[in-house]
Design a protein around this ligand. Structure first.
Ligand code: SAH
Length: 475
């Protein structure tokens, strides 16, 4: 068997990145874009001792789980890994991914994991769900300015203006930005030389308010002829906030630290409604959030409501509890909790997000929240060390909610949670591998996993969100 050989494979499994897995002559092959159940001819692209990688050349027999993707670029673009797979099968794949990680990386027994896992929460219509898009701007081979997405595992841009996961409004906004750049001779940023000005266009859309935010990320301190850009953008229905973000570093991180509004407000507003939660007394059924360009905000509004309602249900609040919400962003989950708790303390690393959180609490009439800027793994241990001899409900809260980024919780943060001994921990996670790792630590520290539920925030990708309830064993 050699590189470039054509092999025939039956795809019998799927890897964590959505790739098809097939076996031949004792060798395991990973094949991007092959769907479980496919029979294919594939070209070997890389060979190792007992496994290799291959590319689909021809589908001999199509899997019953294969479906017609809405986006013709889905194979090239790095955004959607499993768009060619039937949505019900995608959901099954994600639920299994979470369960497998809990068993493999968390060390939990498979039957136990089955017994605590509830059915994954899917979408009704899994397209056009994203309220945020970040388009890199560059040039094609012929020197034309383009906006799009990075091709899978590369930094070369495929022109895409109308991503099927994003809102239809993105196209008009990108057309306006590219026409401004052409007219005013504004160069896109070039990663290899570090020259050029415009790096990314960040677009946010408030699903409930229809407000639009555009933020151009620039490798410079000013945008020449910015009035031309503003003129083109401000006529788009819903335009609310136009800003530039300054990023002069040679880095893959999209946003720099400084943002400057150049037209309209520095934020947009959106509402999150509570589902299945009729006893939400404080503010009625919707909370409004101000969102700044640099703040985190869940990208899938339809699923966010379901996710937060579950987190709230798992928290089991009755109105008196003291709750910490770690990694709180703009206070989204914090305010849901605050409607049913005695007091909520939020911690978040991005100062602008905490400013939004404080403002959101005030505007929605909450007086039982407090927010702290800093790393959860520093704020919490420092708070504990400083106050450990005092009698305060903050030291021994009833519930701690954590919602960390993909890398999960820092050890120091978990250690302090164990010292604080909350009755319940609600862990909201966007990466089930680090979730499993952290649940292992919490389980060894005296907690029992009670409920696990995946929520599909990212249809057509291999990512999945998950909520877990843990309870202290000695209760
Ligand atoms: N709970 C919020 C945000 C979740 S995303 C929501 O649902 O909207 C994770 C958040 O953690 C981001 O806002 C990110 O800025 C923040 N973050 C990242 N590392 C952190 C750390 N070490 N300590 C505290 N917050 C952190």
């Amino acid at each position: 068997m050699n590189k470039n050989d054509i092999i025939t494979l039956k795809i019998e499994d799927m890897g964590i990145d959505g790739e098809g897995i097939g076996k031949i002559d004792g060798m395991t092959f990973f094949v991007k874009d092959a769907v479980i159940g496919d029979e294919i001819e594939a070209r070997i692209t890389k060979l190792k001792k007992n496994y290799g990688y291959a590319r689909v050349e021809q589908i001999l027999k199509s899997s019953e789980f294969r479906t017609e993707p809405k986006c013709e670029l889905h194979r090239r673009c790095g955004g959607c890994q499993i768009q060619a797979m039937d949505y019900a099968k995608q959901l099954e794949f994600k639920e299994n991914k979470v369960k497998n990680n809990l068993v493999r990386l968390g060390g939990f027994d498979a039957d136990f994991v089955d017994s605590v896992t509830e059915p994954i929460v899917g979408m009704e219509e899994p397209y056009r769900y994203r309220n945020k898009a970040q388009f890199p701007i560059g040039k094609d081979k012929d020197g034309n300015i383009i906006a799009g997405f990075y091709a899978s595992r590369t930094h070369s841009i495929i022109p895409v203006k109308d991503c099927m996961l994003g809102v239809a409004e993105n196209r008009e906004i990108l057309d306006a930005i590219l026409s401004y750049m052409r007219e005013c001779h504004i160069e896109p940023y070039d990663e290899t030389t570090g020259r050029g000005l415009v790096r990314h266009a960040l677009i946010r859309y408030g699903f409930t308010t229809k407000e639009i935010m555009v933020c151009l990320v620039v490798n410079g301190r000013k945008l020449p002829a910015q009035n031309v850009l503003v003129e083109k953008l401000q006529v788009i229905s819903g335009m609310t906030s136009i800003s530039i973000n300054i990023n002069q570093k040679n880095t893959n991180v999209i946003l720099g630290e400084q943002t400057e509004a150049i037209w309209g407000q520095s934020y947009i507003t959106d509402y999150i409604h509570l589902r299945d939660c009729t006893n939400f007394e404080r503010t009625g059924k919707a909370i409004s959030y101000h969102i700044s360009p640099q703040s985190f905000y869940q990208v899938n509004p339809e699923q966010t409501e379901k996710l937060y309602s579950l987190a709230l249900e798992y928290a089991g609040l009755t109105g008196k509890e003291s709750v910490w919400d770690l990694y709180c962003g703009i206070g989204t989950i914090s305010l849901f909790l605050a409607g049913k708790a005695g007091h909520v303390y939020g911690v978040e690393i991005v100062p602008q997000a905490i400013a939004d959180a404080k403002d959101n609490a005030k505007r929605n009439g909450f007086s039982n929240t407090e927010f702290f800027v800093g790393k959860a793994e520093e704020v919490l241990p420092e708070f504990y060390a400083e106050h450990k001899n005092e009698k305060t409900d903050m030291l021994h809260p009833d519930v701690i909610v954590v919602d960390p980024p993909r890398k999960g919780c820092d050890e120091k943060c978990l250690e302090t949670i164990l010292l604080m001994k909350p009755e319940r921990i609600v862990y909201v996670s966007c990466d089930s591998a680090t979730l499993a790792r952290d649940l292992k630590v919490l389980a060894e520290g005296g907690y029992e996993v009670k409920r696990v539920r995946a929520v599909d925030q990212f249809a057509h990708t291999t990512h999945v969100e998950c909520v877990t309830l843990l309870q202290r064993k000695d209760i």
